[in-house]
Design a protein around this ligand. Structure first.
Ligand code: SF4
Ligand code: SF4
Length: 309
């Protein structure tokens, strides 16, 4: 199977992320394909030549990966508009993968330019560069791996599924359900704090939930960040940084590290939770929260005493 990896308007964050892939590594995964061009491994290959060859129908294309958003008429490659080239290559590909939030939803480049789009979306609006009805030759719409950046294992998972010809179930935004049916909240080690309404009062600490003061989007963001850990070790919420919802269409938002409230109730509640339910349950939980959750996990005073001894 051959594979072509193109970059649109991007900071290369998804490339950087994929280079950190482990078990299997980026090399191992790409080694299973005939790579026609990839920005970080095709040093001696002329990308424009490869594209022109494909456009002249001299080669079939199995997997097209696009990292980055697609710009307007001044975004060009091979002396043609980049959007046109992407459209044509996508029609020829068996599978089209949008890698990262820019390729999926437009993300930051689209915020500042109306012409910029993702492959099959522009933020929430379906259509994008390829149109709402686009299907690749396999019959699938664009396989959307949103995230800023997407986790390296998410791309490995999809490529290995394609290679072994296994079915990839997609959600309503074209994201593989196996990876995006979960919420960041699932597997977060702060869940006990969330349940008992014990809130973190500072960023970067081990204790407390980041929902009420720091805008954590974990309970409304589809990602497996706390199930498939980053570098096999950790995640944002595990180290005391709120989830900023980078896998969703409305990323990036204003005021990402704060929770807006109306009369003490957060404007946005966890998916599926009603205002009434939230008020009722949070009131009870707060009253009966176990004392041990209100303390530091490691007692700083006793640590200092031990050091003095
Ligand atoms: S920190 Fe965020 S993800 Fe973790 S429990 Fe709290 S709300 Fe959920
Ligand atoms: S924790 Fe949230 S913001 Fe961080 S990478 Fe995962 S989905 Fe994106």
């Amino acid at each position: 199977m051959n594979l072509l990896w193109l970059q649109g308007l991007t900071c290369s964050g998804n490339t950087q992320s994929f280079l950190c892939a482990e078990n299997p590594s980026a090399d191992e995964v790409l080694g299973m394909f005939e790579v026609l061009f990839c920005p970080f491994s095709s040093w001696e290959v002329d990308m424009e030549e490869v594209i022109l060859k494909l456009l002249r129908r001299r080669e079939e294309l199995n997997v097209l990966i696009l990292e980055g958003a697609v710009g307007g008429s001044d975004h060009r490659v091979c002396k043609r508009s980049f959007a046109e080239v992407v459209r044509e290559l996508s029609r020829r590909a068996d599978y089209v993968i949008a890698l990262g939030n820019c390729a999926v939803f437009g993300n930051i480049p689209a915020k500042y330019d109306q012409e910029v789009k993702g492959l099959q979306y522009r933020f929430k609006q379906m259509g994008g560069v390829l149109g709402r009805d686009f299907r690749s030759r396999s019959g699938l719409p664009v396989i959307n791996l949103s995230g800023c950046p997407a986790h390296p294992s998410w791309l490995s998972y999809v490529l290995l599924q394609i290679l072994s010809q296994r079915k990839i179930e997609l959600d309503e935004l074209g994201r593989p359900k196996e990876l995006y049916a979960y919420l960041t909240h699932h597997g977060c080690i702060r869940n006990e704090y969330f349940e008992w309404k014990v809130e973190a009062e500072e960023l970067g600490k081990k204790e407390g939930c980041l929902f009420y003061y720091f805008g954590c989007k974990g309970p409304m963001t589809h990602s497996s960040c706390n199930r498939i850990l980053w570098n096999g070790l950790s995640s944002k919420t595990r180290v005391g940084m709120p989830c900023v919802g980078c896998t969703e269409y409305d990323f990036p938002r204003e005021g990402m590290l704060e929770t807006r409230h109306l009369m003490g109730i957060p404007d946005e509640l966890p998916l599926g939770v009603s205002k009434r339910g939230y008020i009722l349950i949070s009131g009870i939980a707060k009253t009966f929260a176990p004392e041990r959750l209100k303390k530091r996990l490691m007692d700083e005073d006793s640590k200092e005493t031990a050091q003095q001894d």
